[in-house]
Write a protein that binds this ligand. Structure first.
Ligand SMILES: Cc1cn([C@H]2C[C@H](O)[C@@H](COP(=O)(O)OP(=O)(O)OP(=O)(O)O)O2)c(=O)[nH]c1=O
Length: 195
């Protein structure tokens, strides 16, 4: 059976790569929503809501397609860390993450027509103790700036991580195994190389 049309509502190059790696073909439609987290929202509510807003913002253009929206945040001691606004914010995020354990939450929303399903994954990540020099030189690499919590586990950020429990791919932006499983339950027929 021919694959149904799939749309990734994300401008993240990491999400694109993760989906490409499992052999799926899809269209990218970048949502232009302003990512605002409602005051008082729990981290899981925040990622679920933002993932749904991203999917919703492009769903009208793709009524008959399966649309995937996703959002990733880092949570340290109950506080949500999104992308740093500047180097100083990146420094303060990385100083907080140094030597401790945080969660990375990725919310995923699947939409087709008026149907929706949402879920999220939580991965626990422990950082080594980092010196100020290490943090400053990591920031100078430029890697932290477009990433939740100011690090990228798939790049130089791999040098910061001591331990991880949960789905690695969810930290990078898309819990791909669960996403494909949920898509199939939702009625999506994947190509044979994507399970
Ligand atoms: C923690 C972590 C986050 N990230 C990235 C994943 C996401 O792309 C980004 C969090 O920002 P998001 O707002 O989830 O996504 P985005 O702005 O990149 O893309 P879009 O809104 O169009 O979907 O942080 C990594 O690449 N590696 C990591 O280790």
């Amino acid at each position: 059976m021919e694959q149904q049309h799939l749309v990734l509502a994300s401008g993240s190059p990491r999400r694109k790569e993760i989906l490409e790696n499992v052999g799926l073909s899809f269209t990218i439609a970048v949502s232009d929503i302003e990512e605002i987290i409602e005051e008082g929202a729990s981290p899981s509510e925040a990622v679920s809501s933002l993932a749904a807003q991203k999917a919703q913002s492009i769903a009208d253009r793709f009524q008959h397609s399966f649309v995937i929206g996703a959002d990733t945040v880092v949570v340290l001691d109950g506080v949500i860390l999104g992308k740093p606004r500047d180097k100083e914010e990146a420094f303060s995020m990385l100083s907080g993450l140094s030597g401790s354990t945080h969660s990375v939450l990725t919310g995923v929303c699947l939409m087709q027509g008026s149907r929706t399903v949402s879920f999220y994954e939580s991965t626990s990540v422990t950082f080594y103790e980092l010196s100020e020099t290490e943090i400053r030189s990591y920031i100078e690499s430029g890697e932290p700036m477009d990433k939740a919590g100011a690090y990228g586990i798939q790049g130089l950020g791999s040098l910061l991580v001591k331990e991880l429990h949960g789905d690695y791919f969810s930290v990078v932006g898309l819990p791909v195994a669960r996403t494909i499983r949920e898509l199939k339950k939702f009625g999506f027929h994947a190509e044979k190389n994507a399970l």
